[in-house]
Design a binder for this molecule. Sequence first.
Ligand SMILES: Cc1cc2nc3c(=O)[nH]c(=O)nc-3n(C[C@H](O)[C@H](O)[C@H](O)COP(=O)(O)O)c2cc1C
Length: 370
Amino acid sequence: MSNSPVLQPYTLGDLHLKNRVVMAPLTRSRSSTQGVPPDFAQDYYGQRANAGLIISEATNISPQAVGYAYTPGIWTDAQVESWQKITATVRANDGRIFLQLWHTGRISHPDVQPNGRLPVSASAIKPTGTAFTEGGMKEHVTPRALETDEIPGIVEDYRRAAENAKRAGFDGVEIHSANNYLLEQFVRDSTNKRTDQYGGSIENRLRFPLAVVKAVTEAWGGGHRVGIRLSPATTQPGETPLDSTTHETFGTYVDALNAYGLLYIHTIEGVTQQTRDVPDGVDFLDLRRRFKGAYIGNNQNTLELAEKELAEGRADLFSFGRPYIANPDLVPRLASGAPLAEAPKPYWYGGGANGYSDWPGMNGPVTVKR
Ligand SMILES: Cc1cc2nc3c(=O)[nH]c(=O)nc-3n(C[C@H](O)[C@H](O)[C@H](O)COP(=O)(O)O)c2cc1C
């Protein structure tokens, strides 16, 4: 076994983790049309319990939150019951798992919205690109700007989802405030042109995301089991620049988050999946220093890079996304220096157990305890 410091145990708040490797959230679109994760997701997550911490795939907080076909939810009893089996399997395999709470906002389509309604956002600004629907990829539409008096209701949706996550047996929750989904649509000044108390100044643009953080931490009795995901430098969904003062905006956000005692920030360094270059002048080390909790670094991590970042004090934990798709036993592979398998893109989204929970480990099938 490797004696890499990245693979040694780490204490995150009151959680004892086996190592500093985090499985990054990965949408895989295997749930039913009712947003219920399949039974074979128990194998998928159980096989990956070698990570110190698993962050679940992004999970819709309400029907309005849905932006992609076959993604899971956490608002019905059937959804909670299926997640319960998954969290129990991860626990039986000595793993830890947080649920990622998601509202896609404008990155959606009427075909995946209740009664074919328009997706909602901070402002009526159409994103570039296409949405994944049951009928294939469809061009995004111009969303409807939320009315001021609708926003507290969405905060309550987050609260209920956070409570349901607790009921489902998760160890904690991660608020998805990255990749230009609803919360980030409020944070960035290119997607938020509102003139009410939720738009304009940075303080106003942060009002809704911080209300969500407050509700979710209240649901969990404090911030000690709540993290948040941020992607200050990402250019998703393909527009750039997304904010006129990116570092100032996200620095103010991180400073404000300190009031809620959050466990960690989980930061995508660079453009999600594409590059670790930071086109927007964001100083991630400054964000890490300003934040009082732990720091999870993400984007194109390798064991070598994580060791370097740890030695330089740039992050506490390191999340791996794509490598976990085809390498269920990622930590043992990193420890032994074994080559990593690569998952062809057709397996990423949609389908059944094939290309999802049937990837072998380096020494044959990865067994899951029940
Ligand atoms: C198939 C796929 C699904 C993803 N789904 C999510 C998601 O549900 N939530 C999220 O925050 N990021 C999601 N991401 C982004 C990853 O968590 C991660 O930030 C990105 O892949 C970069 O890390 P990597 O280089 O280790 O893959 C997804 C990425 C991929 C490839």
